[in-house]
Design a protein around this ligand. Structure first.
Ligand SMILES: Cc1cc2nc3c(=O)[nH]c(=O)nc-3n(C[C@H](O)[C@H](O)[C@H](O)COP(=O)(O)OP(=O)(O)OC[C@H]3O[C@@H](n4cnc5c(N)ncnc54)[C@H](O)[C@@H]3O)c2cc1C
Length: 505
């Protein structure tokens, strides 16, 4: 059997469904077919948007009222640091905003969101085959397994939106792992988590209760430690998503019990996690883990094909850039297909070059060795203030104020972005270096208790410069302190009478 269409999209979740919907709206003459393997979506990670993916969902896909009715408005990012497991709850360092946020962002139940996006794409004219599994991808055709048998699909554009399956990159041999960043994740949804804004916590800890105007519970809350961090994301209906991400050079999660129990044991090591998850239980069958999180494809566009979303690459969930990259790569494919449909030629090598540069700069500017300093409140606060201010002054300003063209949407490609990228790589490297010095001098996390920094929040304009300067001042202060650091002298061991060593288990 042979089926012909203009665009065939492999995978109908966030990236595939968004692209199908935008194509139907912006290039309605094109026949779009979506092939989705699953009969229905499950809950999945990718639950917190940033202001980039929030804008993409709200304004570009015009989902604002759907989001208001069916998902949660996110109130920024909040970081929690602790000196050790016994630090009193209200002595934990808290970094975040004192006010509700200025720009829309959301906490998403992805099962509901992806189903809604796909239903909208179908309603607006895309054809959907589901459940149907793509078995193989060729230059201009797909081989698809349907109930009735195998069908060949021929299309002018083949789009891979298959997520981590990354079918096209695997087939073309362009998939690479990122061994410099050995991160892994375990996550679950929990029932019975305690509300950070609830009466119980506020009445037991009145200073904590009065110290912040914004809703803490609606934020993405991050617990941090040396070599790891945890996300806590509220979902509509009362469940909480919680996950641990760790660098396997620096941290090993607790052993013993089921994956959900191990995750809970870890959450309970942090005083804030203990307060929230003491009586919580992981939802049966909703616990997962991935090892080796980051990977990328060296090419994402070629004659007749393009890759979008996680099928193109993934970096690190810290700061939630996953759906941002989905939105950028979807816009690249959309811009390219529209231009080629008009008879224009698009420089596909430029798309590949820009994607590689953006991915590499994003990695080195934000993530390379960050897990060394994530658990130190002073170092991470400096990074947080500089990282987020520059995110607002760069990509967020570009999407909200400058409204750049779809084919120019990837960050770190213009001259100013490149300069910002170099600056970010530099301070990220310095902070990771200072973290190592602090570990050697036994003063890592020396100010991890007893203060909060709750600012005005970020903005994509001159106010962003103030928060950037605050971050730079904090960074310079830790640089000056680093000049005083000396490694702890090694403890001289006296010769002692030894027993024969027991066999190591
Ligand atoms: C631990 C972790 C935490 C994260 N947290 C966040 C976060 O807080 N915020 C954020 O923005 N991002 C986050 N992300 C990233 C986010 O989850 C992804 O960027 C996003 O889900 C990718 O969406 P997608 O549509 O590209 O791929 P997917 O959601 O993976 O969809 C791929 C689709 O393709 C279908 N498919 C696959 N193979 C076939 C086939 N052979 N035939 C037919 N269909 C097929 C699948 O069934 C699926 O529906 C996180 C990622 C991880 C690993």
């Amino acid at each position: 059997m042979l089926k012909e269409c203009d665009v065939v999209i492999l995978g109908g979740a966030f990236s595939g469904a968004s692209l199908a919907l935008l194509l139907r709206r912006e290039a309605p003459d094109l026949r779009v077919l979506v092939v989705e393997r699953s009969g229905h979506f499950d809950r999945k990670v990718g639950e917190a948007t940033t202001e980039i993916s929030g804008e993409f969902l709200g304004k570009r896909l015009c989902m604002t009222s759907y989001l208001a009715n069916h998902q949660i408005a996110k109130q920024g990012l909040r970081l929690w640091f602790t000196r050790d497991e016994n630090t009193p709850f209200d002595n934990c360092v808290e970094i975040g905003s004192n006010y509700q946020v200025r720009l829309p962002a959301f906490q998403l139940d992805r099962e509901k969101l992806d189903s809604h996006l796909l239903a909208c794409a179908v309603e607006e004219g895309a054809e959907l085959w589901r459940p149907a599994r793509v078995l193989d991808i060729g230059e201009d055709r797909l081989s698809v397994q349907r109930d009735a048998g195998t069908v060949e699909v021929r299309a002018r554009w083949i789009i891979d939106a298959s997520g981590r399956a990354a079918m096209l990159a695997r087939k073309r041999g362009t998939l690479r792992s990122l061994d410099e960043h050995p991160t892994n994740a375990i996550w679950a949804r929990f029932r019975g988590a305690r509300d950070l804004d609830g009466h119980e916590l506020r009445s037991r800890h009145p200073i904590f209760g009065k110290s912040c105007i914004a809703s803490r519970a609606a934020a993405t809350n991050h617990l941090t430690g040396y070599g790891w961090w945890c996300w806590i994301i509220p979902l509509r209906g009362g469940d909480f998503s919680a996950g641990l991400v760790y660098d396997s050079r620096l941290y090993t999660p607790p052993e013993g019990g089921s994956l959900g129990e191990r995750l809970k044991t870890h959450l309970m090591t942090h005083p804030v996690g203990r307060e929230i998850f003491r009586n919580a239980t992981p939802v049966e069958g909703d616990v997962k883990a991935y090892s080796k999180l980051p990977y990328y494809s060296t090419e994402i566009a070629g004659a007749g094909w393009q890759i979008v979303g996680d099928a193109a690459g993934f970096l690190d969930p810290l700061y939630s850039p996953g759906l941002d990259y989905c939105s950028w790569t979807v816009r690249l494919a959309l811009g390219r297909i529209k231009a080629e449909a008009r008879g224009e030629s698009v420089d596909l090598e430029r798309i590949n070059r820009r994607f590689r540069k953006s991915y590499d700069t994003w990695f080195r500017a934000l993530y390379l060795d960050k897990y060394f300093y994530l658990g130190d409140a002073e170092l991470m606060t400096a990074a947080y203030q500089m990282d987020i201010s520059l995110f607002y002054l760069g990509p967020v300003r570009e999407i909200t104020v400058a409204r750049e063209d779809d084919l120019d949407c990837l960050p770190f490609n213009g001259p100013m972005d490149s300069l910002a990228g170099r600056f970010m790589k530099f301070y990220n490297r310095r902070l990771a270096h200072i973290a190592r010095q602090r570990r050697q001098a036994d003063c890592y996390g020396r100010r991890n208790s007893g203060w909060r920094e709750l600012g005005d929040g970020f903005a994509p304009d001159g106010r962003g410069v103030h928060s950037l300067l605050r971050g730079i001042r904090r960074w310079l202060a830790v640089e000056i302190h680093a000049l005083t650091l000396r490694p702890m002298p090694a403890v001289k061991s006296e010769p002692v009478e030894t027993q024969p060593a027991a066999a190591v288990q």
